[in-house]
Each structure stands twice: as structure tokens, then as C-alpha cells.
Design a protein around this ligand. Structure first.
Ligand code: SAM
Ligand code: SF4
Length: 355
């Protein structure tokens, strides 16, 4: 197997300024027609979840994927190996649904980390049960975690997630820090009238506990299709809210990271703001997603998917799968289009894509 990483393409800053190139069959990495290179793979391990966050799924849950449609560990590792060893992927993030619900998670992490190119590994999780697994995951080779926590107020937490589990998340976070899964990052979504007022308290708590907080604008990816632009707490509003309690100074050097970073009260702590809707960063996107049922999505908001599961199950070679993967990325659109009047929300909700 020849391993050739991608060259860093000349990705421009904004969707409107992206360059169009012509596909070249000798290209080895996951390069799209606008010159971006996908090196960050998000792997959804399951679409199931033990919380019911209001902005993600309905109270009654969803129709989960049938188990025979979900990739087995062997299939999953084969695809990750193709991505890492043949397609230039350098970062692998496990997500879901809730990735901690996949029992074989430590084994999947260990096998990913044991690949010859030793990719960086991370997990996005709600943190439930992490207190029992953090040490094993670190030993298996997990480098770091992002834990979702929208508020440190128990009542608002229970209202948003529809489960009274705040103490479990807090314990999971501490276990992650103790296991060395650092930096421990926290993802928070603000909902108007529910937890927006809790934002300064959450930031103070994160600073006190050495967690790196990032606020993410609510996106139209909920299964219920209830997203409403006017109700969304924008990045600008979040900055104003925090500005009432802290002095924030914007930092340079965002690169392909979605978060704009701000120094808090002169440092050393920082806070990130991810304005996916009002401050899109599509021009610098380096991500590709693999769903738990083996579909490649070149964007969170893509309306098309590429089926690698059928290829896997009908005897396709690694080279053929890699070629299908390249083709899927090549077609990536320049931007997510949320701000376009003709925007249509993708059929799959966030929990089944892998956030
Ligand atoms: N269950 C894990 C968790 O909550 O961290 C992993 C999957 S979850 C879909 C990944 C991330 O997506 C979480 O940080 C969550 O807050 C975020 N998320 C879910 N729905 C969202 C939405 N409609 N808009 C913005 N972020 C969302
Ligand atoms: Fe579950 Fe994560 Fe969705 Fe919340 S955001 S319901 S924890 S998948």
C-alpha cells in the first residue's frame, strides 16, 4: 500500500472566494473541487443516545438504525485504515449519537491508534458514564475529549436534555481531566430563555476547572425540524452576553478550526465561539464524516451521501473504496447554504450524522 498524504491545498477564506480546480486522478488525498483537503474524519459509532437534547432529538427518541445496517468493528476499522493510510486523514474523532454507548469503543480507539500513521484521536461525548471509562480510553490511545455541557444549572440541564444527569457529566469531566485527556473542551449550545442567562456562570465554572469552553450556534439539524433563525442565540449575542462579565480579546490564528478564540480578562483562559450560521467557516473546512451505517458525508449539511457499506459488503478492494471516497469529497459544495433562501435541511438529523 503506497501511503501518500495530501498536499495542503490553497483553500481560500470564504465560500465566495473558493477556487475551482479540475479533478486529477493522480491526487491521493481527499481534495475537493474548491481546493480544500479533508484530513479530519468524524466517525459516528452509533445513532443511539441516552439524552434527549431539545435541539437534537424529540423526547421520545428516534427510530434507531437496525443493527445489521450498522458497521461492524471490523468494517469500521477497515474504513478508518483506508482513510488514514491511503487518503491522508490525520485526525479521527469518534462521535454519535453517544459514542460511549458502543461497547467496543476502547478496542476501536486502540486499533485506530495502532495504525502505522498513528492518527490523533478524539471523542465528542455527552460524558455520561465517562467516569468509568476515561482511564481505559486514555490507555487505549484516546488523546482528548469534547464534552457537551450547555449549563451548570441542574434545572436548565434537565430541561434541555430531558434527563436529570448533570452530576454524571460533571464527574465524567473530572475523570477525563484526571486521565490526561487534555485539553478537556466543553461544547455548549445556548437556547434563548432557557440557558442563555447561564452562559457567564458556565464560563466561570469552566475557568475554575481548567476546561476550555466553546459556544456553538444552534444549527438546523434537529430531527424535529424546529430550528428557527430568530430564536437562535447568535455568536454576536453570545459575545455581548459574556462581555457583561468578562473582557474578551480576540486572538489570531484560527486556521481550519471553526472556533474564533478570545482571551478572557487578559488570559491565560480562553473561550471559543463557533458561529456556524452567522460566521460560516466553510472555506477552511477540512472535515469528512462517516455515519454509523457506512455512508460518507462531505458536509454536515450535505443532501447526498456515498454508500461505502455496500462496497465493503460486496467485496470491493481498498483501492476501489478509496477511489469512491475521493469522488465523494470532490463533489463537496463550497458552503452549507443555510443562509440561502432555498436552503433545505438534510434528511438525517445531527445525531445520525455524527456531530
Ligand atoms: N452525544 C454526543 C454529544 O452530545 O457530545 C456526540 C454527538 S452530538 C450530535 C455532537 C455535538 O453536536 C454536541 O456538542 C451537541 O451539542 C451538538 N449539537 C447537536 N445538535 C445541534 C444543533 N442543532 N446545533 C448545534 N449543535 C448541535
Ligand atoms: Fe444525544 Fe448528543 Fe444529541 Fe444530546 S446532542 S441528544 S447527547 S446525540
Amino acid at each position: 500500500m503506497t501511503v501518500v498524504g495530501p498536499t495542503k491545498a490553497d483553500a481560500a477564506g470564504l465560500p465566495g472566494t473558493l477556487k475551482i480546480a479540475r479533478m486529477d486522478s493522480t491526487q491521493q488525498g481527499l481534495i475537493d473541487q474548491h481546493g480544500r483537503v479533508a484530513t479530519d474524519l468524524r466517525v459516528s459509532l452509533t445513532d443511539r443516545c441516552n439524552l434527549r437534547c431539545e435541539y437534537c432529538m424529540p423526547a421520545e427518541g428516534l427510530d434507531w438504525l437496525p443493527s445489521d445496517e450498522t458497521l461492524t468493528d471490523v468494517e469500521l476499522i477497515r474504513l478508518i485504515a483506508i482513510a488514514v493510510e491511503m487518503l491522508g486523514v490525520r485526525d479521527v474523532r469518534f462521535t454519535g449519537g453517544e459514542p460511549l454507548l458502543r461497547r467496543s469503543l476502547p478496542k476501536i480507539v486502540a486499533e485506530t491508534k495502532a495504525l502505522p500513521s498513528r492518527p490523533r484521536t478524539a471523542m465528542t461525548s455527552n460524558g455520561l458514564g465517562l467516569k468509568h471509562m476515561a482511564k481505559d480510553l486514555a490507555e487505549a490511545g484516546l488523546d482528548r475529549v469534547n464534552i457537551s455541557l450547555d449549563t451548570i444549572n441542574r434545572e436548565s440541564f434537565a430541561k434541555i436534555t430531558r434527563r436529570d444527569r448533570l452530576p454524571d457529566v460533571v464527574e465524567g469531566l473530572a475523570a477525563a481531566r484526571e486521565a490526561g485527556l487534555k485539553p478537556v473542551k466543553i461544547n455548549a449550545v445556548l437556547l434563548r430563555g432557557i440557558n442563555d442567562g447561564d452562559a457567564p456562570e458556565l464560563l466561570r465554572w469552566c475557568m475554575d476547572n481548567d476546561y476550555e469552553l466553546r459556544f456553538i450556534e444552534q444549527m438546523p439539524l434537529d430531527a424535529q425540524h424546529n430550528w428557527n433563525r430568530d430564536a437562535m442565540v447568535t455568536a454576536g449575542e453570545t459575545l455581548s452576553l459574556l462581555g457583561e462579565s468578562f473582557t474578551l480579546t480576540q486572538m489570531d490564528g484560527r486556521g481550519s478550526a471553526p472556533a474564533e478564540k478570545f482571551l478572557i480578562d487578559g488570559g491565560p483562559h480562553t473561550v471559543g465561539i463557533i458561529g456556524s450560521v452567522t460566521r460560516p467557516f466553510c472555506g477552511d473546512c477540512n472535515r469528512v464524516r462517516l455515519t454509523a451505517d457506512g455512508q460518507i458525508r462531505n458536509c454536515l449539511f450535505a443532501r447526498d451521501e456515498s454508500d461505502l457499506r455496500t462496497a465493503l459488503r460486496t467485496g470491493a478492494s481498498d483501492e476501489l473504496i478509496a477511489e469512491r471516497w475521493r469522488t465523494a469529497i470532490w463533489a463537496k459544495l463550497p458552503g452549507h447554504g443555510i443562509n440561502d433562501p432555498a436552503f433545505l435541511q438534510p434528511t438525517r438529523p445531527m445525531s445520525a450524522i455524527g456531530g
